[in-house]
Ligand binder design. Structure first.
Ligand code: ADP
Length: 450
């Protein structure tokens, strides 16, 4: 990751440098073309001036002398020849005739010793007739455009080196920066995934930032939590189920063996015992299915909708009314102020009906009341009965899977399912109860969904 990032930065920087380099080359080339063009222009002025020094009566020596003089000042070493290739004048001869002050000025501008190499020949014409030739070679001008050109090129090279150093340093700094802020969290996640692969589902990664890495960490933690729950559920259920199956199976086995051995003579009674245990097993399997669904709802898509609480509660309790009436109990439900909540109606229905059916099961006389209300961003539902009540030391146990109070005919999963669903919905549950006085279960849930 770090190396890849570094290489990516380096690639970008190299591309930038190459374009810089190409740009610099173009500029230098344009500059050289300009210098070359300017030199040619000067040569044509000199050529025109030399041709202008020729008349029908021959060469105007003074004019030639002046032309060769300023050509030297412009950096050209000249020789002029006539049509028979006889030399008429050259730079050296002109220089000898200069006054000492003019010579000094010339030496200040021109490096005479640089006049070396081959002369280039340009033919001279006058009215279509060749009148001679101008031989030219270049000399170096002090502080001239040649030197400026070199300085310009030198600066360009320096600029390239400096920008390379800045860009290279930048690449190193950026890759260190990204390594710290990008690859470190990813490395932590990699280590977490590795421990998870070894079976440790308790690992979590820090998920502080709001960016993609932060969101990835949140998703990772959610996945880890889901797997941890799944694993715990699997372990609990397997051991609990084995335990719960043992009793009905033992009773069935004893009855079957009794009938085979002739110990149980009333076969019908024996079969009835087996039928009761089969019933228990069926209810057990249904209960396991329900709690598995409740646990699994943590993973499923949220199914929230807007609903009015008093209407919901009256429809939930209506289903259990016949069960209460059978025992001569009343369900007092006083609809209060309409309260709109955003909630998972199906989960809420299971929660209310499980608590309500427990209240009916555990109450022999009196009544059951349902109330609701709100506080800040929460709403509550309270179901109160006048039943047998729950001893203090049992209040925590009742939410455990397969826990049954004395005399319970149930399978001990009702409140475990309630607790699971309330947890999944982000709520809490409170129990107030004293033996003999009845119990009150209050469920708190968020008003605006999870
Ligand atoms: P089940 O009702 O199948 O036994 P639950 O999980 O619903 O299982 O309840 C666990 C235990 O909690 C019950 O066996 C009972 O002893 C106790 N309990 C639950 N609700 C009440 C209540 N309203 N009054 C008294 N005891 C209760």
């Amino acid at each position: 990751m770090r190396t890849k990032l570094f290489l990516a930065f380096l690639a970008v920087i190299i591309v930038a440098l190459i374009s810089n380099f190409i740009y610099e080359n173009f500029v230098t080339e344009d500059f050289e073309n300009y210098v070359e063009g300017a030199k040619e222009d000067k040569l044509y002025w000199i050529l025109a001036s030399v041709e202008g020094s020729y008349a029908a009566e021959g060469w105007d020596r003074q004019s030639l002398h002046d032309t060769v003089h300023w050509a030297m000042m412009l950096g050209f070493d000249l020789k002029i020849t006539d049509s028979e290739e006889r030399e008429i004048i050259n730079s050296r001869a002109v220089e000898e005739h200069l006054t000492p002050s003019m010579k000094r000025r010339m030496e200040g501008i021109i490096d005479r010793s640089s006049a070396q190499g081959e002369f280039e020949s340009y033919p001279l014409y006058q009215e279509g007739k060749e009148i001679g030739a101008m031989l030219v070679r270049q000399m170096k001008r002090k502080g001239s455009i040649d030197e400026k050109e070199n300085i310009f090129k030198e600066r360009g090279r320096e600029f390239l080196i400096i920008s390379f150093l800045i860009a290279g340093g930048g690449a190193v700094l950026l890759s260190v920066f990204f390594a710290l802020f990008l690859s470190n969290p990813l490395n932590k996640m990699k280590r977490a995934v590795e421990s998870m692969a070894k079976g440790d589902f308790s690992v979590r990664v820090p998920a502080g930032s709001k960016d993609e890495i932060g969101r990835l960490s949140e998703s990772f933690n959610f996945m880890a939590e889901a797997l941890e729950r799944e694993e715990a559920l699997r372990k609990h259920l397997t051991s609990n189920i084995a335990h719960e199956l043992r009793t009905p199976l033992a009773v069935m086995k004893a009855n079957v063996e009794g009938m085979i051995d002739g110990v149980v003579t009333d076969t019908r009674e024996g079969i009835e015992h087996i039928a009761i245990e089969v019933d228990k097993l069926i209810r057990l399997v249904e209960g396991i299915e329900d709690i598995t669904k409740a646990e699994a709802s943590f993973f499923s898509r949220k199914n929230y909708s807007e609903a009015e609480l008093s209407g919901l509660l009256s429809s939930f309790s209506a289903t259990l009314m016949p069960l209460a009436s059978e025992k001569g109990l009343s369900i007092d439900y006083a609809a209060g102020r309409p309260l709109h909540v955003f909630t998972d109606i199906y989960k809420l229905e299971t929660i209310v009906q499980n608590i309500l059916s427990n209240a009916i099961k555990n109450t022999e006389k009196g009544s059951i009341s349902i109330q609701y209300g709100e506080e800040k961003n929460l709403f509550y539902i309270e179901i109160k009965d006048t039943g047998i009540g729950i001893p203090d030391d049992k209040k925590q146990l009742i939410f455990k899977r397969f826990y049954r109070g004395e005399g319970s005919q149930g399978i001990g999963l009702g409140l475990a399912i309630v607790k699971e669903l309330v947890d999944v919905m982000g709520g809490s549950i409170e129990v107030k109860s004293s033996p003999g006085d009845g119990s009150a279960f209050r469920v708190w849930l968020p008003k605006h969904g999870r």
